[in-house]
Each structure stands twice: as structure tokens, then as C-alpha cells.
Design a protein around this ligand. Structure first.
Ligand code: SF4
Ligand code: SF4
Ligand code: FES
Length: 521
């Protein structure tokens, strides 16, 4: 039975005409009924308004993966997505990213399938075993290990949202997830051979988690790639740069190869209490290796201390007993090392009596909140942007000094995509008098990674044009903003590096929100 038209939605479609090599937009008004999908809306346009509109579709039920497109910047299956669920009156429909466009919304999937072939997506066994007529039985427990990863429909949505794939050396989340699927299959005997094609490039994955976030079949691709990292770490066949980072943390408990006794140097002339001098405070300020040792990022630590003091907050750090939180180590696949760091930090959290932990880095925040054993330790943790947004609301923090700036905010993946914290940083920026906050094209959940996660901040050796950081900075430059605000020390490092690489120091500056807050107090 046909339902009533609920509303009319404007579809703006980004198109490409290959005969004239021309990109252009077309806009259509489409009547939407309850249950109308994006695909049905596209079919309505083709049948009634413009028969030249070109897009792919086949099964119309989320199985073939053909109909994937970008809707308002997010990749999704057109046949799986109901228009009314998006709650918008205007929609921008674009072809998937990271693939050459053939015509309108149709992209060339051949490179995707060529890469897929490279990982041998079939069981590998000695030839004589394959000739035997016997079945290869499996227990339900063995099947369960990889079953969820078999549900991939090869839609390429994960690849289209992946920042690492701008370097064609990278195999991409779909192929890397499938590799792990076969390695964990008890019938497969190709583990050694499977790891080789990824050994020199799997490290380009920043663990931003876009692939997991957007996969329509809910495959946990980022987690599978973490397991790939782990398998390669176990073989010891890892690049020198990765080895150096891991060895530094083994030896010094931080990735900067600096002695822990220098961990409070950033606070030398400031009023900052630390364990064991104090054993009680309202807030445990977890500073992060980057803010402690990186001279540039010490500014954020100093500013946070200033803000705490300005607000009269009783706070203390763990001093030299603060070890690396281990987030990067875990994402690089070094689970044992991560566990050691976590156990130490949890023991220290118990020694310093506090009501909550406030972190500067989204990476510390994420791992304290989401990764065992931290997750099981019952920690109350806030990222500093949540803490300050709350303080603004209660009137404990006042931002009064104006600054005339046009600012864009770059969402750090470990704060946004992984923890849904999109609003608090923006509330702070909007509260600073004189700041005009503008949004980048790829924003919120669709934000584009800075390229620093999973240790890549220390191991980056890609050509500048293949780095996520330069790609992201171009976007900010195209927007014409003079300040790119971030809320993560690793974003500061990668994006500031991009400013230098692109030689645009006179056009744009990267500032942690804390620097702006301190100036506005
Ligand atoms: S992993 Fe998910 S997003 Fe990626 S190709 Fe498979 S189904 Fe699509
Ligand atoms: S986690 Fe991010 S960088 Fe890694 S494969 Fe997924 S989308 Fe790409
Ligand atoms: S048409 Fe097959 S998944 Fe959408």
C-alpha cells in the first residue's frame, strides 16, 4: 500500500560528465513517503525528472554493496538509508570518496577489487590437503572467532572513509580486515604468507575508526587491523621507526626516550602539586607524554595548570609516576606493553585520592574509558574540553577577553569518532568573545584524521602529498581560516608539521583550544 507523501526533500547531486570531463551539480525536489530510501529517491529522479542520472544498484536490500554513496558527507548504502531518518530538508549526494568517478555517482571499483585479490581471499592449505575429499570441520567456537568478519559485502564504504588510503601503498580497511578473518580461520594455513603484503604498510592505519563507524554491516575493521598489527609485532618483522617507539616505551615508559625524572620539568615555575608530595586532590591531571616532553605541546599543559589555578581547582599530577597511557602502543599492536603501562597507572590512580581524572589528550581519555584493564577500574575520566564546557555552564570559568579570529575546529578522531564528543569543544570556542567558528566540509563524524594515531605521529615517512595532515590542512586553507583549533597534542604536532611542509606559516596557525581559553580568561 502506498503511504502519503510526508514532505518534499531537495536532493543536490554532485555529478560528473566523462564526455566533457565536467563536474556539475543538479538539484531535484523529491516527494518522500514513510520508508522511502535514498535509492528510491534516486530512482524517482531517474524515472520522472532526469533519465540521464547515473548510479549503481542491484539487490536493493543491503547485500550486493553496489549502491554506496556519500550522503551529506557520510558514506552509506542508498538502499539501506531511509530519507526521513536523516531528518533533513536538503541532502547532498556525492560519489564515494577515494575512488575515481566514472559517471555521476558511479565510481571505479576495480582498484578496490585488485587490492582485494592481493590478499588471497580464500583458504590457503597445502595442495595435497586440498585434493582430499574430506571436509574441513570446525567447532562452533572456531567459527565464532571470524564469523562476523565474513559479513563484508565489498561496498568499499570503509575504504572511502579511510584517511590512510590516500597513500596507494596502503591495502585499505576492507582487505586488511579480510586478512585477519582468514588468519583466524582454523582451516587456514597461510598466516605467514598473508602478513607479508601488509608488513610495510599496515602502519599507515591511524586507528581513526572511520571504517568501523561507517561499515553498514557493523564489521569492526579498526579492531581487526589492531589484531593485524599485533600479529606482525609478534613476528618481529616491523619497521625500524615502529621498533624505536616501542623500545623507548619499554625502556623509559614514554615514547620520547626521555627519563621519567624530567616528567615535571614543564611545570618548573608553576604552582603544580604532584604525587608523592600530595596524596589527595579533587582532580588528577593526567598530562600525557606529548604535553610533558614536547616543547611545543608543553604550552597546553602549562595553560591547563593556569586554568585550574585560575578557577581555584585543587589538582595534582602523578609526577614521575605518570607513565605513558599506552593508547598508541595498544593500537600499534603491542598488547603486553600496554597492559604493563595500564597496570602501573591504575595502581597509581589508587594511591592519589581524587574524584576524577582530567586528560589533555583524547588518546589517554579514550583508553582510560574504553580499553581493559582501565575500563574495568571504574575510573571517572573527562577530557579537558568536557571539564571546561561544564565549568562555563556553571559559571566557574569566564572568558571575557575578546579576540577577533575566524576559527575552524578539527575534530580529533579519538575524541569525536571514538567517543562522540563533538559539542563540548565547539561550546568553548563559541564562548570566547570575538571568535567566529566555521565548519570544515568534513566535520563531526565525517571529519578527516590528522594522521597521528597508532604511533604514526612518530613514524611518518610518507611523501607530503600522501599524508593525512597535509590533506586536512589544504581543506582548512581552502576555507580561508586563519586559525585551526584542535583539542589533541598529536593533532597539534601533525598539523603544525603540515603548516611547515606546505610553507604556509603566514596564512594559518594551529592552536590547541586551551591556548585560546587561557588568552580569553
Ligand atoms: S568492511 Fe564493511 S564497509 Fe568495508 S567493504 Fe565490507 S561491508 Fe563495506
Ligand atoms: S582505522 Fe582509520 S586509518 Fe585505519 S583503516 Fe580504518 S579508516 Fe583507515
Ligand atoms: S542495492 Fe545492493 S546493497 Fe544497496
Amino acid at each position: 500500500m502506498t503511504t502519503n507523501v510526508e514532505k518534499t526533500v531537495e536532493f543536490k547531486i554532485s555529478r560528473f560528465d566523462p564526455t566533457e570531463n565536467r563536474r556539475y551539480d543538479s538539484t531535484f525536489k523529491v516527494p518522500i513517503r514513510r520508508g522511502t530510501t535514498i535509492l528510491e529517491a534516486l530512482l524517482y529522479i531517474k524515472d520522472n525528472l532526469d533519465e540521464s542520472l547515473t548510479f549503481r544498484q542491484s539487490c536493493r536490500m543491503g547485500i550486493c554493496g553496489d549502491c554506496a554513496v556519500n550522503v551529506n558527507g557520510k558514506p552509506m548504502l542508498a538502499c539501506y538509508t531511509q530519507v526521513l531518518d536523516l531528518n533533513m530538508d536538503q541532502l547532498l549526494i556525492e560519489p564515494l570518496s577515494n575512488a575515481p568517478v566514472i559517471k555521476d555517482l558511479v565510481v571505479d571499483m576495480q582498484p578496490f577489487f585488485d587490492t582485494y585479490k592481493r590478499i588471497k581471499p580464500h583458504l590457503i592449505k597445502p595442495a595435497d590437503e586440498l585434493k582430499k575429499p574430506d571436509e574441513f570441520p570446525q567447532s562452533p567456537a572456531e567459527l565464532k572467532k571470524y564469523w562476523d568478519l565474513t559479513l563484508c559485502i565489498k561496498c568499499s564504504i570503509c575504504n572511502s572513509s579511510c584517511p590512510a588510503i590516500i597513500d596507494e601503498k596502503f591495502l585499505g580497511p576492507s582487505a586488511l580486515t579480510a586478512t585477519y578473518r582468514f588468519v583466524t580461520d582454523s582451516r587456514d594455513q597461510g598466516a605467514g604468507e598473508r602478513l607479508k603484503p601488509m608488513a610495510d604498510n599496515v602502519w599507515l592505519c591511524t586507528q581513526c575508526s572511520s571504517c568501523t563507524l561507517f561499515c553498514p554491516k557493523k564489521l569492526t575493521c579498526a579492531e581487526a587491523i589492531l589484531e593485524d598489527h599485533s600479529l606482525i609485532v609478534e613476528t618481529g618483522d616491523i619497521p625500524r621507526t615502529v621498533k624505536d617507539v616501542l623500545e623507548s616505551v619499554y625502556k623509559y615508559h614514554n615514547p620520547m626516550s626521555t627519563t621519567q625524572s624530567k616528567r615535571m620539568d614543564w611545570a618548573k615555575d608553576l604552582n603544580v602539586q604532584a604525587y608523592p608530595t600530595v596524596t589527595k586532590a579533587d582532580v588528577l591531571f593526567f598530562v600525557c607524554c606529548s604535553n610533558v616532553y614536547d616543547l611545543r605541546n608543553q604550552a597546553a599543559a602549562r595553560n591547563m595548570a593556569g586554568v585550574f589555578n585560575g578557577m581555584g581547582v585543587s589538582f595534582a599530577t602523578l609526577g614521575s609516576e605518570e607513565w605513558c597511557c599506552g593508547d598508541h602502543m595498544l593500537r600499534m599492536g603491542e598488547k603486553g606493553l600496554f597492559e604493563e603501562l595500564a597496570m602501573h597507572n591504575i595502581a597509581m590512580f589508587r594511591k592519589l585520592e581524587t574524584t576524577k581524572i582530567v586528560t589533555l589528550s583524547p588518546h589517554c581519555y579514550n583508553t582510560f574509558k574504553n580499553d581493559k584493564p582501565y575500563k574495568d577500574a571504574g575510573l571517572k575520566v573527562q577530557h579537558y574540553t568536557e571539564f571546561l564546557a561544564e565549568a562555563l555552564e556553571t559559571g566557574k570559568l569566564k572568558l571575557t577577553k575578546p579576540m577577533n579570529k575566524i576559527v575552524a575546529y578539527h575534530d580529533p578522531c579519538f575524541l569525536g569518532k571514538r567517543n562522540d564528543i563533538f559539542d563540548a569543544p565547539r561550546r568553548i570556542l563559541r564562548a570566547i568573545p570575538g571568535i567566529k567558528l566555521v565548519e570544515m566540509k568534513r566535520t563531526g563524524q565525517s571529519s578527516f584524521c590528522c594522521g597521528g594515531g597508532a604511533g604514526r605521529v612518530w613514524t611518518e615517512d610518507a611523501l607530503p602529498e600522501k599524508r593525512p595532515s597535509t590533506n586536512r590542512l589544504h581543506e582548512a586553507l581552502d576555507l580561508g581560516v586563519e586559525t585551526l583549533a584542535v583539542a589533541c597534542p598529536y593533532c597539534v604536532t601533525t598539523l603544525e608539521d603540515a603548516v611547515k611542509v606546505l610553507d604556509v606559516e603566514n596564512k594559518i596557525v594551529v592552536r590547541d583550544i586551551l591556548e585560546l581559553v587561557k588568552e580569553a580568561m
